[in-house]
Design a protein. Sequence first.
Lengths: 454, 100
Amino acid sequence: MYLAYNTVAMEKLGKPVVMTCMKLFYDDARSAAARKGMATLRILPTPLTQRPEGEALRAGVSAIINDIVTALTKPLTAEEKSPAKEERKPARIIFKGNLQEVNWFFYKRGWAYGMPIIPPTEEAVAEMLKGTDLPGDHVVAKIPPRFGKATVEKIAVNAVMAGALPTYMPVLIAAVQALVDPGWYADCYTASIASWAPFWIINGPIRHDLHIHSGVSLMTPEWKANAAIAHAMGLIIKNLGGVRPGVEDMGAMGHEGKYNLCIAENEEESPWEPLHVEQGLKKEDSAVTVFFPNARSWLVHYGQDADGILRALCRIPYQGHLLGFGGMIMSPENAKGLANGGWTKKEVISYVRENARAPAHSVGLPSERQGGSMWTPKELMPVDPNFAVRLITTQKTFESFEPIRIIVAGRILTILYSGFMPHYGGWITKKIELPANWDQLVKKYKDIVPTYAH
Amino acid sequence: MDYEVLSPWGEVDPVPPRGILPRVTDLSGKTIGLFSFFKPVGPPLMREIERQLKERFPTAKFSHYQYPVHSVEIAEDDNYKASFEEWLKGVDTVVTGHGD
């Protein structure tokens, strides 16, 4: 995506360019160039893999070298000189049909995940809009990479589709604001080959108003608020950010959490200050925080005391890249075990940062072959190239200190959601603003909770 | 029962389309810019492209530039914008790579 943007920049600065890319990324490059107004940029898909070496590199370039020459020298077509302007104003009412027809229509357009949606009728959207005092045409944000306008009405349309209640609208509006915060590059996360998934964490009194779950079976998408908020945000990223799988979303393996990672923090059972207070808000504020992990590890404690828990927290597997950030979703039981042993959150994080280690021989080898890379900076790579030495030494698993957080939720165990590359930024928190009729709205929907009636 | 439904797709501010620049007619004697992005494959790929282009166009010259920052538009990067534009002035045409 950004290579396409930079290639377009060169054309705009007066130099004819041809861009090469992996075949898999051709549509992504084409879409990115079109977003910059240069849909006819010459882009050459290649048979090269992500890290070709030696003969594979030579053969790969041989296969395309004539095409490179052609792209650099062949005269322009009429379309390349003067591309036609697309005149297309999207319709507001887009379709009419029965429930099945609406679902198939949305799915075929790429506007839904592979599961049913609630039809976003005028009536349903009007009800959803009662969850905010903002007018429907208010633009909350323009979401990258497509910079689609997230108007309050569009947020409500996607919220209806996801099965959200009107009381979720304040959370969704704040979550959209978090997505476009200048503290990070959201489109890097939503579109990256590394397949990141948005993880939403809710704090403050709104957790109880909306019954956002923080206890047993935490990560099972069982709970309406948890599931619908995450689903709505997944649809918003897809439909307003314009992130389509294989086109803008180049997640190589994808991620099952793209539309279902949302929890509340169990502030009442936590021995420490809650996440949103760490992030600078007041305890009585309601807030949404987001980060984008792509990996998950179970950290099963060896004992109930601080030592047993800490040893488990340090048993983080090395997965081919040093970790750049992580969210430890830690049960109240583990948190209290640590706190009872005198540990603060910051001390726990510092201990894990220092003591989570992998055998040095397993770290950095791909990067060593390529002379070091951003994934494993040279200063963190094993100093001794002697393989025998690397067999008996260890390497820190975490690349940096700051972007690790502990969120108290769930039961009994701890799960780490993590990722490499802290460079995109992370852990954005936004305060949730409530409408004037909040208490009435909460009262209207307060009984939408499972009772498991037999 | 039929449902009349609203579109969930976001509207965007239109970007005026523009064509690309005319090509050089021949690579002989030209200076070809080879721009690689931040990933490790960029420089070795560009070196191999140079090697194979030089076999075909012995009088062509080559100039490399690697932008080591990911996920940023170089035109907005105050640390690199000046050197990038200076480099671009010295070339006749460019190959960029390798998108992944």
